[in-house]
Design a protein around this ligand. Structure first.
Ligand code: PMP
Length: 449
């Protein structure tokens, strides 16, 4: 391996980083992270900080989970790769699929289609949803409905259902037949409604209106995150997802729950769907399935969809879709270990308990700092939205966001900036003292501006 000077000097020059401008990265190179231990990461200059980003919403178990590391090493020794395409399978993939159907039994998930990550999982769900309708002889059902502000990864299908121009406009034209309705976001919505329950009803009505406009029998599925993550931690009222489920049922549309972030405890429950007792038709998962130690994702398939595919006698039932790394044995071995640890440590309960403490901290910051326009949270996913003027809700500029996050880093906590939001998604193993430290660093950051 080359020395540290090489890394510092070369840094962003040969890499195009996701979600960044190449020239900006060259001018302002990213921090190089060298080590992780517990909930702390250490950069190339030797500075250790509490990782309040949790990798990228995924390192739920922190950086020192030995059972996952051992499972990966053991599986690499036994069988580093074999394909899951028709004709072959591997032990860890069978075992993990079995475990996932037990884990997500309350959500009605009965089958697993493995992928390499969240974007793949979304793409798989969208494609299987269309295929479902072809099998059922309703090939006109091709459209998708989604929420504005939703994030569903960056493949063309996922980008098309995304509800944010940043991920869409440079890549248009996108998938035709995709339409968006307002998200139940109390801080900013077209109805100027601040009551969460009333807003949930208004957004559900907007969904009904769009279905009436499109023709219900042209729509394949509605996709939503139970708690919107990348869009700025928008937490719908608990009535919203049940309202959506009911609408989907009445119009026979499928419901895809994108649980890439909310799966495995982050929201304080094992899934976001479970928070409101909803059974979707598909669930997309990734990220924390291996706690980030290996790239892996899955699309989980509900009973109704599985029955249609498995009883199919048409020419439409064969799945012409899959990835070289679908069911990667090392990823699945990592997944099995991660899930066992996640369950053993009851990370859902810790996320809920620490989440309550974090909420108190964030509300305190909002009370103290005029620049904080809104704070939103559920379990251990949270956003602090900064505004230059509370009355007009004008978002703060990029420079201000950078000052806040750099000052927090100086105070010992890594934060993530997304637009005018500071996003918090720490490992789910954090302690009460860690929550307090995050609060202090945020306070230090906000005090700078
Ligand atoms: N769906 C959601 C809800 C996500 O948050 C993400 C990633 N942040 C994705 C899909 C895409 O996952 P990946 O980056 O692993 O492709």
């Amino acid at each position: 391996m080359r020395d540290i000077n090489f890394l510092t000097e070369t840094n962003a020059k040969p890499i195009w980083h996701p979600m960044a401008h190449p020239a900006e990265m060259r001018a302002n190179p990213p921090k190089i992270i060298m080590k992780g231990e517990g909930v702390t990461v250490t950069d190339i200059d030797g500075r250790s900080v509490l990782d309040a980003v949790g990798g990228l919403w995924n390192v739920n178990l922190g950086y020192s989970c030995d059972p996952i590391k051992k499972a990966i090493a053991d599986q690499l020794g036994a069988l580093p790769y074999y394909s899951g395409f028709r004709g072959t399978s591997t032990g860890p993939s069978i075992e993990l699929a079995y475990e996932l159907s037990e884990w997500f039994e309350p959500e009605g998930m009965v089958r697993t289609f493995f992928t390499s990550g969240g974007s793949d999982s979304v793409e798989t769900a969208l494609r299987l949803a269309r295929q479902y309708w072809k099998i059922r002889g309703q090939g006109d059902r091709t459209k998708f409905l989604a929420l504005k502000k939703g994030y569903h990864g960056t493949h063309f299908g996922g980008a098309s259902v995304n509800g944010n121009a940043n991920f869409r406009r440079n890549y248009e034209p996108l998938l035709p037949g995709v339409f968006h309705i307002p998200a139940p976001w109390t801080f900013r919505n077209p109805f100027d409604e601040t009551d969460p329950a009333r807003l949930a009803k208004l957004c559900a009505k907007a969904l009904e209106d769009e279905i009436a406009f499109q023709g219900g029998d042209t729509i394949a599925a509605f996709i939503m995150e139970p708690v919107l993550g990348a869009g700025g931690v928008i937490v719908p009222h608990e009535s919203f997802m049940p309202l959506v489920r009911d609408i989907c049922d009445r119009h026979e549309m499928l419901l895809i729950a994108d649980e890439v972030v909310t799966g495995f405890g982050r929201s304080g429950a094992w899934s976001g769907s479970r928070l409101s007792g909803v059974k979707p038709d598909f669930m997309t998962i990734a990220k924390a399935i291996t706690s980030g130690y290996f790239p892996l994702g899955a699309t989980l398939i509900g009973g109704k969809v599985a029955d249609v595919f498995e009883a199919d006698k048409t020419s439409f039932g064969s799945i012409g879709h899959g990835y070289t790394y679908s069911g990667h044995p090392v990823g699945c071995a990592a997944g099995l270990a991660a899930l066992a640890e996640t369950k053993r440590l009851r990370l859902d309960e810790n996320a809920a308990a620490r989440g309550i403490e974090l909420a108190v901290v964030l509300e305190g910051l909002k009370a103290r700092h005029a620049i904080v326009g809104d704070v939103r949270y559920k379990g251990l996913m949270a956003a602090v939205e900064l505004v230059s003027d509370r009355a007009t809700k004008k978002p703060t500029d990029k420079k201000t966001m950078a000052v806040v996050s750099e000052a927090a880093y100086e105070a010992g906590v890594m934060l993530r900036v997304s637009g005018n939001n500071i996003i918090l998604s720490p490992p789910l193993i954090i302690s009460a003292a860690d929550v307090a430290k995050i609060g202090e660093a945020l306070d230090a950051g906000l005090s700078k501006v």
